[in-house]
Design a protein around this ligand. Structure first.
Ligand SMILES: NC(=O)c1ccc[n+]([C@@H]2O[C@H](COP(=O)([O-])OP(=O)(O)OC[C@H]3O[C@@H](n4cnc5c(N)ncnc54)[C@H](OP(=O)(O)O)[C@@H]3O)[C@@H](O)[C@H]2O)c1
Length: 229
């Protein structure tokens, strides 16, 4: 199967590419800056039949449209929108609204841009899976600790975008889901996070592999259960 993975130069995205390539899948690996993606470039050099690297800033319309041209007119089976930013963690009084807008642009609008640009390629496949890496912090029902305005709001908006896509694309037999990856040992999650990146990714791929159109619109936890919106 052919996957598109954004944010593929480090963290969860890089591990997604590693695991997909090691089991024989093809990956169009999307990074903001290929020059700074040494580990991914080495992986692509070792497995050129499976991993191709593309440049794209998901916060830019023109860059996302160029990504679709760079991938070309091939069928894409699964799109994994993983790229994301945390933004500044500030109190309500100190909130940096410019930073919150950028976080929203990357985390909520970025995935919508990428889905829109990749629709023709996804329609060339019968699989038609769209997976968004969200966060438990995007759950309104699970928010008991407050704060994190830009990040929480952006991921709640991403969850809503996924819900609308699941409705809009149901007649075309798409499966659109959001997955909470857990608290993961990456640059974003920090070294003190409890979940190794390989474990989060292997469990998320098990979910992705088993998806069926009847599950469209679901908010999954990486462990396999569902998460409350
Ligand atoms: N780690 C956790 O505990 C955790 C928990 C819940 C949810 N998540 C979610 O999981 C996803 C991956 O997180 P991670 O932990 O792997 O974070 P990470 O290590 O900080 O990696 C983030 C990735 O997103 C890319 N990115 C950021 N802005 C971008 C843009 N404008 N255009 C394209 N790519 C961009 C980064 O590229 P650059 O290197 O160029 O910046 C990087 O590849 C994110 O959506 C995050 O919100 C993570």
């Amino acid at each position: 199967m052919r996957y598109v993975v954004t944010g593929a130069n480090r963290g969860i995205g890089l591990e997604l590419v590693r695991q997909l390539a090691s089991r024989g899948d093809e990956v169009e690996a999307v990074v903001r800056d290929p020059a700074g993606a040494g580990e991914l470039e080495r992986l692509a050099a070792r497995t050129p039949a499976q991993v191709r690297v593309h440049a794209c800033d998901v916060a830019s319309d023109s860059s996302v449209n160029a990504l679709a041209r760079s991938i070309g007119p091939v069928p894409v089976d699964v799109l994994i929108n993983n790229a994301g930013v945390m933004g500044r963690m500030l109190s309500l009084e100190e909130l940096d609204l410019e930073d919150a807008m950028h976080t929203f642009d990357v985390n909520a609008l970025g995935p919508v841009r990428v889905v829109r640009a990749m629709l023709p390629s996804l329609l060339k496949s019968e699989v038609r899976r769209v997976v968004h890496i969200t966060s438990g912090m995007g759950s309104i029902a699970d928010n008991t600790s407050g704060g994190a305005y830009g990040y929480r709001m952006s991921k709640a908006a991403l969850n809503m975008a996924n819900k609308s896509m699941s409705v809009d694309l149901a007649s075309r037999r798409f499966t659109c889901v959001v997955i909470n990856p857990g608290w993961v040992q990456t640059d974003m999650g920090g070294a003190g996070a409890p979940t190794p990146v390989a474990e989060s990714v292997s469990k998320m791929l098990a979910i992705v592999d088993g998806l069926s159109p009847s599950q469209t619109g679901t908010f999954f936890d990486y462990k396999g259960g569902t998460f409350p919106y």
